[in-house]
Ligand binder design. Structure first.
Ligand SMILES: [Zn+2]
Length: 388
């Protein structure tokens, strides 16, 4: 004897799954008349499902079963293929003896296919962009500064991004840099940590788990530039920054107009071995603090137009884009005006996002090795080299 109840439950499950699939394919609308099948659209109350599952080829044998005489090759009349999600009125029409000749199986299949194609077309560009959060944190004044998962989630949601924060494999890549900047082995081990984390990101990209990256970083400027230099330039990447305004948090605030940047050159010895690249964005960079080796080298400086550098200068995301464009132009000047240079030196007073962009623009093939400088109390020191 078979267990009648189990069989019933199983058939019900299949029916539910077919109904759900058709519901998804039609966006909850009648496949024939496009009527919404959810009842009142203005509220979540009274979501009465008005949908009916209609058979193309009738389910039962017999002359009254619609389109049964066409039954060629349809073995499972309960399949998703043979069912249409319809409103009650349309269901009645297609099965009515007087109208049934207008709706042969081929016609119903065409209607179903073109309706589903249309739904797919209009819905494919909506929704949230899936992104993977890359967090970099470092010890600042004794404690680890790192964007919290909550800050990340809130920031991403505000720009219609869906942060995949559950798993290291696909969504939450966190790099914590321990120790005080400048301690023994600090810069080397920090680079190694960044490399390790980006290795995991690389894997996830190769596996197809990650197609977009959102960067949340707090670290000394040389490490931010290093991170930027190491970032994959083929994967769409958006950089966020912790703003001083605590109410803004990590979101870009677009109420102030964007800032423009300009590039100027100081010193012109055409056979220079060293060129200093200066970013004066958060504050002025004082050349008097440069170490001996670069004190007399020609300088290419990028700074905001018509405003003084300031810690709150970059609050508009367009300002960051403007910086990135001008910065690439500055590097092109370094290439063309100082062809004999062997080394470039990056001295930056810049917010996190700008430091990352500064590193991103350094190109492996065409640019020189770049020494990255950290500001000390009375001097700048070169602490690591990229592009060597
Ligand atoms: Zn209808």
């Amino acid at each position: 004897m078979t267990d009648q109840r189990d069989t019933t439950v199983k058939r019900g499950d299949i029916k539910d799954s077919v109904r759900n699939a058709l519901w998804a394919r039609t966006a909850g609308r009648c496949t024939i008349c496009n009527r919404r099948l959810l009842g009142d659209s203005r509220t979540y109350m009274h979501s009465v499902l008005l949908a009916e599952l209609a058979h193309n080829i009738g389910a039962t044998d017999g002359t009254n079963s619609p389109r049964r005489e066409y039954n060629a090759g349809v073995t499972d009349t309960e399949s998703e293929e043979n069912l249409l999600l319809l409103c009650h009125d349309c269901h009645k029409i297609i099965d009515h003896p007087e109208h049934i000749d207008f709706f042969p199986p081929e016609k119903l299949r065409d209607i179903k296919e073109s309706f589903e194609r249309r739904v797919e077309m209009v819905t494919q560009d909506g929704g949230l962009t899936r992104t993977a959060a890359l967090r970099l944190g470092a010890q600042i004044r004794g404690s680890l500064a790192l964007a919290s998962q909550r800050e990340v989630a809130e920031t991403l949601l505000a720009v219609n991004y869906l942060g995949l924060v559950e798993t290291q494999r696909s969504g939450d890549f966190t790099c914590r840099i321990h120790g005080a900047a400048g301690g023994r082995g600090y810069w080397e081990s920090a680079q190694q940590s960044i490399d390790d984390t980006l290795g995991l990101v690389r894997q996830a990209i190769d596996n197809g788990d990650v197609e977009h990256i959102s960067v949340f970083a707090i670290a000394p400027i040389p490490l931010l530039a290093y991170l930027g230099w190491r970032l994959d330039d083929k994967t769409p990447t958006r950089i966020f920054q912790k703003h001083r305004d605590q109410f803004v948090g990590w979101s870009w605030a677009d109420h102030d107009g964007p800032v423009e940047f300009e590039v100027s050159t100081t010193g012109s010895s055409a056979d220079a071995q060293d060129v200093v690249l200066v970013c004066a964005v958060t504050s002025e960079v004082n050349p008097a603090l440069f170490p001996e080796g670069i004190a007399d080298a020609p300088r290419i400086e990028i700074r905001p137009v018509n405003v003084a550098p300031s810690p709150t200068l970059i609050s508009h995301e367009q300002s960051l884009t403007n910086f990135a464009v001008k910065w690439r132009a500055a590097l092109a000047v370094a290439e063309s005006d100082y062809p004999t240079a062997q080394r470039w030196h990056l001295v930056a007073s810049a917010p996190t996002s700008v430091a990352i962009e500064a590193g991103r623009a350094i190109m492996r093939d065409s640019h020189r090795p770049v020494t990255l400088y950290e500001r000390g109390s009375d001097t700048y020191s070169g602490v690591l080299v990229v592009n060597a």
